[in-house]
Design a protein around this ligand. Structure first.
Ligand SMILES: [Zn+2]
Length: 324
């Protein structure tokens, strides 16, 4: 009798585990672009909020379109990711408020120097800043200098990972540059560097691979050229199913190169275009002749356009389940 009972308990336990696993996989990750103009995809747009089903909210590359720490779209921010230190990603300046100016000519007149938009938001929200390479000491020093906790700057170096708020965060190669503008350094040193035309060394730039609590794996490319790691690491090892792909050309992969990365190297289920450095949409529709249109046409899997403020939801398999 006892043996039969334990067999039954084990069977029920296994069934419960299977059910909870599938329930977990059905939970969605919410992805919300925080761009310059509501409902459009504009030249400066880099920022996203990625929300885990467990409620952990991650702000990726706040850049210039998040209107500082008081931007009402932010809400709670647990984690800030900064792919690299260029002003359009860490935020050397930012919009006065959401929808300041136009899509083509945003009003980004608020300087965030010498701290950066990312640091100002981290201080106000008490967020953890998770970065790779040599960037954590820079952020730790900025937090400390402004009365924040330097321990909130967390390292995830290539091949390793940091788990914060139930989300596993790894950094991956980005073929780009990562000079720290002397404006963030200031003083005599900053002045001398500026005059000499050299930037501070904070190690290589990065992309990110996130594993959310429902099992979804997402690759955030950062600014990058085509890299072998996009196949070897991002696809073969991490098996990313959702990609946020920078595709604006000149500063990062162009539409044709970005489509090659998606079609031949990463092979995800879904893609969100980013960093177009152009007016990508007019009235929420992709502008004919745009790089955004070229990228969508050249890519074999669905490409979703990041319309600012419009939340998209993705399941564990990388399939868009709402808002696309
Ligand atoms: Zn950039």
């Amino acid at each position: 009798m006892r043996r039969r009972f334990s067999w039954l308990a084990a069977a029920l336990g296994a069934l419960g585990f299977a059910l909870s696993c599938s329930a977990l996989a059905q939970q969605s990750v919410k992805v919300t672009p925080l761009g310059g103009i509501d409902g459009e995809f504009c030249p400066q747009d880099r920022a996203f909020i990625l929300e885990d089903p467990n409620g952990t909210r991650i702000l990726y590359d706040p850049g210039r379109t998040v209107a500082g720490a008081s931007d009402p779209r932010l809400g709670k921010i647990d984690i800030i990711l900064v792919s690299h230190m260029h002003g359009d990603h860490v935020g050397n300046a930012h919009n006065k408020a959401p929808n300041s100016g136009t899509c083509e000519n945003p009003d980004m007149s608020v300087s965030a120097l010498p701290n950066s938009n990312a640091v100002d938001i981290a201080l106000a929200k008490k967020s953890k800043i998770v970065t790779g390479s040599e960037m954590p000491p820079f952020f730790a020093a900025k937090l400390k200098a402004n009365g924040g906790d330097p321990a909130n700057s967390i390292l995830a170096r290539f091949g390793g990972s940091a788990t914060v708020g139930g989300v596993r965060i790894a950094t991956v190669t980005a073929m780009h540059s990562n000079g720290l503008d002397p404006d963030y350094i200031g003083g005599e040193l900053g002045k001398a560097m500026k005059e000499a035309g050299i930037a501070g060394d904070v190690g290589p730039p990065t992309g990110y691979v996130l594993r959310f609590s429902n099992g979804l794996v997402a690759y955030l490319s950062g600014d990058t050229g085509i890299t072998a790691d996009q196949e070897l690491v991002v696809r073969n090892h991490y098996a990313a199913k959702l990609v946020v792909m920078n595709m604006g050309d000149v500063l990062t992969t162009g539409p044709t190169e970005a489509a090659y990365v998606i079609n031949e190297l990463v092979k995800p289920v879904s893609v969100i275009a980013s960093h177009a450095s152009e007016v990508g949409t007019v009235g929420g529709k992709v502008r004919p002749g745009s790089k955004t249109e070229a990228f969508i046409k050249a890519t074999k899997v669905p490409v979703y356009v990041p319309l600012s403020g419009k939340t998209m939801e993705f399941d564990a398999a990388g399939k868009c389940t709402a808002g696309c």
